[in-house]
Design a protein around this ligand. Structure first.
Ligand SMILES: [Zn+2]
Ligand SMILES: [Zn+2]
Length: 128
């Protein structure tokens, strides 16, 4: 197997992680919650399975989302069997993962164009 390994971590470096292989879903979300929690206009995240992920350091959790207690960087949303990673925490920039899903487009800033070839939803998509 030659799965691509990507490394990432928080701003201060206390939390580091690796993910192997490609995510099974990658998306953008413009919802009001993602705006608040990222401090940005939208979130860019992707999901990997639990067995593709290794982490060092310790995190704290607020509203099921993990952050570095030292520097405050938002890192993951851990769930049963996998994790959603905030892609801005990857070391590579650009990180080479193209979103194929865009949700809460009713909240998208008007200066952001719609991406071609992306599955869009005005609010949350139906469950997988
Ligand atoms: Zn940190
Ligand atoms: Zn959201």
């Amino acid at each position: 197997m030659n799965d691509r390994i990507r490394t990432g971590g928080c701003l201060c470096g206390a939390v580091r992680y690796e993910v192997s292989g490609e995510p099974y879903i990658a998306g953008l979300c413009h919802c009001t919650k993602c705006r608040k929690l990222t401090g940005s206009a939208f979130s860019a995240t992707a999901n990997w399975r639990q067995d593709q992920f290794v982490m060092t350091g310790s995190v704290q959790t607020y509203d099921r989302r993990q952050f570095c207690p030292a520097c405050g960087s938002r890192l993951f949303f851990l769930f049963e069997g996998g994790m959603e990673i905030f892609l801005g925490t990857l070391d590579d920039a650009p990180y080479g993962i193209t979103p194929h899903l865009e949700v809460w487009t009713t909240r998208r800033e008007p200066w952001l164009p719609q991406m071609p070839g992306v599955d869009t939803h005005e609010q949350n998509p139906p469950p997988l």
